[in-house]
Design a protein around this ligand. Structure first.
Ligand code: FES
Length: 124
């Protein structure tokens, strides 16, 4: 980290407000993130799906180190944001297979988390 970097640990949520298996979309300053707990480990990602900006807190499935958007099933690894699958299943027939081509494939931003003074903190 350079000395000019503004990245730092920021309080996201009190520990008692997030149970295992749950996730929440929260704002920290001007940044919107998804904060979750799976298998007793916290994780934080950018809040909106990279495909068409669906809020991942609304129905995304988390399992096997992956988060899957409910809208068209775009899937990323939670550990590093790597793209696993890009829009394989468009739910809205009128868009058909074109939906997957409507935006450029991107990795999901992942943020480090830790617990400090009963707060879940996120680093960015
Ligand atoms: S908006 Fe998430 S997969 Fe399309």
């Amino acid at each position: 980290m350079s000395e000019t970097s503004k990245a730092k640990w920021r309080d996201a949520l009190p520990v008692k407000k997030l149970e295992n298996g749950k996730k929440k979309m929260i704002n920290i300053g001007k940044k919107m993130i998804l904060l979750g707990m799976q298998d007793n480990h916290y994780f934080a990602t950018e809040a909106l799906c990279r495909h068409m900006r669906w809020p991942l807190a609304w129905g995304a499935k988390v399992e096997d180190d992956c988060i899957r958007c409910p809208l068209h099933q775009t899937t990323h690894k939670i550990s590093d944001g790597e793209l696993v699958e890009w829009s394989p299943f468009p739910l809205f027939p009128p868009y058909g297979k074109l939906v997957g081509k409507m935006s450029k494939q991107k990795e999901l931003a992942i943020y480090e988390t830790r617990v400090n003074n009963s707060q879940i903190q996120v680093y960015f």
